[in-house]
Design a protein. Structure first.
Length: 262
């Protein structure tokens, strides 16, 4: 199956889903809708036994949201209703996918890109790239599962530092933190992910699904915790700091945040 912003191929029981908006593969409203449809189809596809998620090009797996969409969303006061609610639902389809999932980070994974990657069971990243949750630099917060899923992987102290400062983290450091599973040479993420996926197709599908269910049973409160971030994100997007952060980003300027606003 092929669409404009998301492509999908299934070969030898491995589905490779590619975010196809290079160079940065940002999560526009349209891309998210297409990704949602592909994931729903693959979840019920008997030919698909493993899902690999990657990005087109060699600069980014996914650089997060398209900031150019923010001004109209903020002006309408419907960032949560029009964007984040459906984005959370779509990312949840990856997190709860009934078969093994592997993210192949062929470049940077920022913001929503990292939030999407950590929905996968395994994360393979190429050497020299970076991951980040930089939303604070726009005056907003990660709102598509990052505060829950990233914290679960790296612990509260490291997750808070990532979200407080928004600075990029080299994947080599992310490996030591447990945020990614493997770091491979540049250009090898998808090949490695395919190799791992091929090995998984030879293992008992029922047992693999049950392993996922057993792991997920230990974190049943995650869905409610993720949902609880949406009102917080709505409050952040309604602030003058968010308007300033987006304005500065689009104008390629340093933001001047109102530190006294609460």
């Amino acid at each position: 199956m092929s669409t404009d912003l998301v492509t999908c191929t299934v070969e030898d029981h491995v589905a490779v889903v590619t975010l196809n908006d290079p160079p940065m593969n940002v999560t526009t409203l349209d891309l998210t809708r297409q990704l949602n449809a592909v994931l729903r189809r693959l979840a019920d596809d008997p030919e698909t036994r493993v899902l690999v998620l990657t990005g087109a090009g060699d600069r980014a797996f996914c650089a997060g949201s398209d900031i150019k969409e923010f001004p109209s969303l903020i002006a309408g006061g419907d960032v949560v209703d029009r964007k984040l609610t459906f984005e959370n639902e779509t990312f949840g389809l990856v997190d709860e996918f009934p078969k093994p999932t592997i993210a192949a980070l062929n470049g940077l994974a920022y913001g929503g890109g990292l939030e999407l990657a950590v929905c996968c069971d395994l994360v393979i990243a190429e050497a020299g790239t970076e991951v980040a949750l930089p939303e604070i630099k726009l005056g907003v917060i990660p709102a598509s599962g990052g505060p829950v899923r990233v914290t679960r992987r790296v612990g509260e102290a490291r997750a808070v530092e990532m979200m407080f400062f928004g600075d990029p983290v080299p994947v080599e450091t992310a490996l030591t933190w447990g945020l990614v599973n493997r770091v491979v040479p540049r250009g090898d993420a998808l090949t490695t992910a395919r190799e791992l996926a091929s090995r998984l197709t030879e293992l008992p599908a029922t047992a693999l699904a049950l392993v996922k269910r057993a792991v997920h049973n230990g974190r049943d409160g995650d869905r409610d915790a993720i949902r609880s971030t949406l009102p917080l994100s709505e409050q952040a997007f309604a602030s003058s700091d968010a308007a300033e952060g987006v304005r500065a980003f689009l104008g390629k300027e340093a933001p001047r945040f109102n530190s006294s606003e609460r």
